[in-house]
Design a protein around this ligand. Structure first.
Ligand code: NAD
Ligand code: DAU
Length: 362
């Protein structure tokens, strides 16, 4: 195992106001007080600074509102702050939105990523004629969806060929290719991880699990695409944040790691389990919430099954998931029930005022 790289003290995290990004920012701000953490986020509909209320006044936390698609802004920012490392999570992340608005995914996920690569390359002075700079890192956070769809058997390893099917996964695959190309062409010190489906606190309620938690609470229909037979491999978001920390500090330049929890569930199994947990927690009759399940038209190009083999990460770097799905789902439901205000602010749109109130007027 490589020694931990502790040289990087000025770290840019993109997309830190989003679901996974906010957990990564919190972990880094609290665990590494000697590091300056810069959260760079456009605050799209998916960005919510209320996710970071508990760390916003820490002296090593800084927020920068901006768009990674704006190349001049990105380069100026890198020149001003001379970041030593980037953890890149900013993205358009919802598959259904990519089907209705594919170009936004190309802009943010592809062009935005290339802008960040160009800026890092410029300030770190990277080229094939020079050795790979030490104490620098560009960490690109990607998805298992780049590998495409599995049948009943098989598992995605780091060697699986890319075969994306949705505009979202195609844009993430393209961004991964650019990151590898910059490593190979310019000696940019890059690392990539490809993770399976995350769930947990602060998940935006357009995605399956938080949407159904919200709908169960409000006795609304639970929309299940097709027959609910599609399989996803679920990982608790804090386990992903821990994996990102380990990969960021320990992985070799140019390497790729799969991250996943070996927690395969069909969508209908997930929602039935959620209904049972919430029958109990809301004091409803057993089976009451299941009556809300409604089968609806399938997603176009819907990938049947994802399953991630994270053996390399476990064996090389010693990471393993801490929670089984049943336990993690209970914790997630508890969080949503205890954080009604967060959910209300998101569903009413009030969360978008938080930036104005907390930052602009300060
Ligand atoms: P999210 O949609 O919750 O958050 C994305 C964040 O990026 C938001 O804060 C948003 O404001 C910001 N952003 C979007 N466009 C931007 C732009 N042009 N400039 C600056 N900021 C911008 O996403 P998430 O679910 O937290 O996913 C984070 C990353 O992890 C993504 O790259 C995604 O592809 C990847 N990923 C997600 C999952 C998952 O299950 N959610 C699994 C594997 C990988
Ligand atoms: O695998 C990692 C990916 O997981 C990430 O890269 C994406 O950013 C993230 O959004 C997630 O993608 P999915 O499409 O798998 O997540 P979503 O929550 O949208 O859907 C999960 C499954 O549930 C999928 O099979 C589609 C289905 N679904 C989804 C919604 C929103 C429904 O049946 N009904 C719904 O209303």
């Amino acid at each position: 195992m490589e020694p931990i790289n502790t040289e990087m003290k000025k770290i840019l995290i993109t997309g830190g106001a989003g679901f996974i990004g906010s957990h990564v920012v919190r972990l880094f701000v609290n665990k590494y007080p000697e590091c300056e953490i810069y959260n760079f986020d456009k605050l799209t509909y998916a960005g919510n600074l209320e996710n970071l209320k508990d760390v916003e006044s820490k002296p090593n936390y800084h927020f920068i509102k901006g768009d990674i698609v704006d190349a001049d802004f990105v380069l100026a920012l890198f020149k001003e702050h001379q970041f030593e490392a980037v953890i890149h999570l900013a993205a358009e992340s919802h598959v259904d939105r990519s089907i209705s608005h594919p170009l936004e995914f190309v802009m943010t996920n592809v062009i935005g990523t290339v802008n960040l690569l160009n800026a890092a390359r410029a300030i770190w002075n990277c080229s094939k004629d020079r050795p790979v700079p030490t104490g620098k890192r560009f960490y690109h956070v990607s998805t298992d969806e780049v590998y495409g769809s599995l049948g009943a058997d098989g598992i995605f390893t780091e060697q699986t060929s890319y075969d994306p099917h949705s505009p979202y996964s195609a844009s993430k695959a393209a961004s991964d290719h650019f990151v590898r190309a910059y490593h190979d062409t310019y000696n940019l010190p890059c690392v990539i991880s490809n993770c399976s489906n995350n769930y947990g606190p602060n998940h935006f309620p357009e995605k399956l699990i938080p949407l159904c938690i919200y709908n169960i609470k409000n006795r609304k229909p639970l929309p299940i695409y097709g027959k609910g037979e599609n399989v996803r491999d679920w990982l608790y978001v804090e386990d992903h944040a821990r994996a990102i920390d380990i990969i960021f500090h320990k992985a070799a330049n140019g390497s790729t790691y799969n991250v996943g929890g070996h927690n395969e569930w069909t969508n209908i199994e997930v929602i039935r389990l959620l209904c049972r947990i919430m029958d109990r927690k809301l004091g409803r009759l057993e089976g009451e919430n299941e009556k809300l399940i409604t089968f609806v038209k399938d997603r176009a190009g819907h990938d049947l099954r994802y399953a991630i083999d994270s053996t390399k990460l476990q064996q090389d770097l010693g990471w393993k998931p801490s929670l089984q799905f049943e336990e993690g789902l209970e914790k997630t439901v508890d969080w949503y029930l205890a954080n009604e205000e967060w959910l209300h602010h998101v569903t009413s749109g009030q969360y978008q005022q938080y930036y104005t109130n907390q930052y602009v007027n300060r």
